[in-house]
Design a protein around this ligand. Structure first.
Ligand SMILES: NC(=O)c1ccc[n+]([C@@H]2O[C@H](COP(=O)([O-])OP(=O)(O)OC[C@H]3O[C@@H](n4cnc5c(N)ncnc54)[C@H](O)[C@@H]3O)[C@@H](O)[C@H]2O)c1
Length: 392
């Protein structure tokens, strides 16, 4: 490692030694809304926490909530058929909202209006209008709403932001998203990710939201101004795509995008050149790039939704007038990133009203949603549009 690497690493370690203070005098009462795939991740994390008690779970599908807790032989957890009944009948401190995308805003607003803190799975919502309504409810409630982007907890992801914040790259003017999947339309447990009614948006919201968060968070979430977006669905609507899965009928159900690209202008003269894919005839749309006036950063083509890379970040700078490139040492996470996402939410809720803060705040993710919404709307219109975010 060279001197600059060591300096960056030392700065970074200062952050890592600050442990959260957890008091265990009172158990927080938590409910889980939606008992599908990701809900189990939330449940398992809560079960590990001595200061949390999962008191209730809810799912629209009759019997699903009961089966969800029965698989772990859990007793005494009450089951409901929807979020409203659960919130009305329980005295909850917090909920995890693990519903499909089109059921993010409604339960989030209902929980906030009833004084319940919210851990909301990503993407924030489907539309910008929904996101604005959630933020208004959050502001009025004084409660915490955090959005579930666990890659933010990754030490290597944090390093991206540290590098930008260090000023080593100068003024940032260009962000290029990379990655994407070749054959990765998510249908692990059915069609909730691909039907318009449940998902609302496809790759652009599912993994695109992570990619946008990685880059936008790195540069401090500048306000998006205009967008020229493109979406397509050539793979999702093709029965051939699902031949190996023996589900050709999924093609009929596919109602969202499986590829999206966009050119987004951000406040401060920064450009976001975006692309994401659930399916394409290409292994990757490339590395993610951040260009600044003094240096550049290459983020290896990555499953950014998993929160890590398999190759090191590379910094490009001129040294003694010569173009140089050096690798940033890879860092290990001290704990699982999913655990940290849930734990940090609980730690903040425990600080109490006015003191706790969302780890991944809506003030930032509102812009993430505005970009996604802008891509969808611009693609529908076939032209560039202005992004207009209502006053909150
Ligand atoms: N952070 C991550 O790593 C990660 C991973 C996977 C999924 N997700 C996100 O989590 C969300 C859920 O994904 P999933 O794969 O678990 O979906 P899923 O379809 O498996 O489960 C969603 C469940 O929510 C239930 N539901 C919907 N509306 C409800 C309501 N109002 N009240 C009660 N139950 C309701 C459905 O019946 C369904 O059982 C999605 O938005 C997805 O993007 C995040």
């Amino acid at each position: 490692m060279n001197e600059r690497d060591n300096k960056l690493l030392d700065l970074y370690k200062e952050d890592m030694i600050q442990e959260a203070v957890v008091t265990t005098d009172k158990k927080l009462k938590v409910g889980i809304i939606g008992c599908g795939w990701i809900a189990d991740g939330h449940l398992q994390e809560y079960l590990r926490m001595e200061d949390v008690e999962v008191v209730a779970v809810a799912d629209l599908v009759p019997g699903k909530a009961e089966a969800f807790i029965a698989k772990d032989n859990l007793e005494g957890i009450r089951c409901y058929l929807n979020h409203k009944d659960m919130i009305d009948n329980e005295e909850l401190d917090a909920v995890s909202i693990c519903t499909y995308n089109t059921q993010h805003a409604g339960p989030a607003i209902y929980a906030l209006e009833h004084g319940v803190n919210v851990m909301l799975e990503k993407p924030f919502t489907v539309t910008l209008e929904e996101a604005v309504a959630v933020v208004r409810a959050e502001k009025k409630s004084g409660k915490i709403l955090t959005v579930g982007f666990q890659p933010r907890m990754s030490e290597n992801m944090k390093m991206i932001k540290r590098i930008i914040d260090s000023g080593e790259l100068g003024d940032i003017y260009y962000l290029q998203a990379g990655g994407g999947r070749r054959q990765g339309i998510p249908t692990p447990f059915g069609t909730s990710f691909i039907e318009k009614e449940t998902a609302g948006i496809g790759a652009v919201g599912d993994i695109g939201s992570y990619s946008i968060d990685m880059l936008m968070n790195a540069v401090g979430y500048p306000k998006p101004l205009t967008v020229s977006g493109y979406t397509s669905n050539f793979f999702g609507t093709d029965p051939e795509y699902y031949a190996k899965k023996n589900h050709p009928e999924y093609a009929e159900k596919f109602g969202v995008d499986d590829f999206a690209a966009a050119f987004v202008r951000l406040e401060g003269g920064i450009i976001l050149d975006f692309r994401i894919s659930w399916a394409m005839h290409m292994d990757t749309s490339g590395d993610a790039l951040i260009l600044g006036t003094k240096g550049g950063l290459r983020i290896p083509s990555t499953n950014c939704w998993n929160g890590d890379f398999d190759k090191p970040l590379k910094v490009y700078r001129n040294v003694a007038g010569e173009p140089m490139c050096y690798e940033v040492p890879m860092l290990k996470n001290k704990e699982g990133i999913f655990h940290q996402k849930i734990r940090s939410f609980i730690d903040e809720v425990k600080k109490g009203p006015g003191k706790g803060k969302a780890t991944i705040p809506t003030s930032e993710i509102l812009y993430n949603q505005a970009i996604i919404d802008g891509i969808v709307k611009s693609a529908e219109l076939g032209r560039e549009i202005e992004i207009q975010i209502p006053e909150i």
